[in-house]
Design a protein around this ligand. Structure first.
Ligand code: DAH
Length: 340
């Protein structure tokens, strides 16, 4: 039986020498080492051997298997190398040709503008604060001086998650969270960029959009500080010739409240279609922080004052780049996105 095994090994080696393709090599493997192959067939005779000879035969069988496997491996490598050489000859690869360009992605226009806004305010000494997008009613409304039955709630079509939990309708709740975190310390100077949500959907409204909130608290902060900061912002964002104006408005969390306009970025204020021939574009809401809001979040409104503002990043981006439909930001059409 040992003899048979050794013979089989010799035979297999010879056959392998002749195998010219990977398929042929595989056939040889199956023929000798496969489940129904030669080796198995010979070993079936083991039962007939006297027990004391079986270990020796088993050992030879293992050796034979190893020898055949090693021969297969060597032959496979040789055949592969031959195939490669043949291909290299046939293809004539020109290593001096330029490589394939792969294109890099880039930032979304809203991200670009958000970063630019952040840079401007960081330069003015503000820090960046964050808050959750799934927000408590308390932070989104109550603590901003908007009680349950207040008509101002109608201004913001709210997505409710639960009785007391909403998708934040603006970034203003980060004002409250920041004041709580600062626990009465001054100065406070933060901006809070992020996503907000309202039940709204047309060419100028999206159910998800972005705002940047601003909040400053210190002793003797005045409306003049607010105007100075926002005028600087407008000049850096839209160019130094940009003028600003403040119109009285109403927000429950500021008193007095204002809307800030900038001179039209398209016509410079002469009047055009974009500014409805008024020369002005509204870009944000702002005001002096309402004493009630300061008090609710642990600040003494006799000792400190503050200003706050909130702007929509989509609107700023649309004005900056002359984009007339907000839905373009979220369609993910590369023909649009690749322009930035
Ligand atoms: N939260 C307001 C909104 O979404 C915007 C706003 C107005 C924020 C005045 C402010 C502010 O901080 O002082 O419509």
């Amino acid at each position: 039986m040992e003899q048979k095994l050794l013979q089989m090994a010799e035979e297999a080696k010879k056959v392998l020498e002749e195998a010219k393709s990977l398929e042929e090599i595989n056939e040889v493997r199956i023929r000798y080492l496969g489940k129904k192959g030669e080796l198995t067939r010979i070993l079936r005779g083991m039962g007939a051997l006297p027990p004391d000879r079986r270990p020796r035969v088993g050992q030879v069988a293992n050796e034979v298997r190893e020898v055949i496997e090693a021969t297969i491996a060597a032959r496979t490598a040789a055949v592969k190398e031959r195939i490669k050489q043949a291909r290299l000859l046939a293809e004539k690869i020109d290593l001096t040709l330029p490589g394939t360009n792969f294109s890099l992605g880039h930032f979304h226009p809203l991200t670009l503008v958000q970063r630019q806004i952040e840079d401007i305010f960081l330069g003015l000494g503000f820090e960046i604060a964050e808050g959750p997008e799934v927000e408590l009613d308390y932070y989104n409304f109550e603590a901003l001086n908007i009680p349950k039955d207040h008509p101002a709630r109608d201004m913001q079509d709210t997505f409710f998650i639960g009785e007391e939990v909403v998708l934040r309708t603006h970034t203003s709740p980060v004002q409250v969270r920041t004041m709580e975190r600062m626990a009465g310390r001054i100065p406070v100077k933060v901006i809070a960029p992020g996503k907000v949500y309202r039940r709204d959907d047309d060419a100028t409204h999206s159910p998800m959009f972005h705002q940047v909130e601003g909040l400053a608290i210190d002793t003797r902060i005045t409306f003049g500080d607010l105007k100075g900061v926002l005028q600087t912002f407008a000049a850096e964002m839209f160019g130094t010739s940009t003028r600003t104006r403040f119109r009285p408005s109403f927000f429950p969390f500021t008193e007095p409240s204002a809307e800030m306009d900038i001179s039209c970025v398209m016509c410079g204020g002469r009047g055009c279609r974009v500014c409805s021939y008024s020369g002005w574009l509204e870009i944000l809401g702002c005001g002096s922080v309402h004493p009630q809001v300061l008090e609710m979040s642990g600040y003494n409104s006799e000792e400190v004052t503050g200003f706050a503002f909130g702007m929509g990043i989509e609107r700023i981006t649309m004005l900056k780049y002359g984009i007339d439909d907000l839905r373009l930001f979220f369609d993910n059409d590369l023909r649009f996105l690749e322009q930035f």
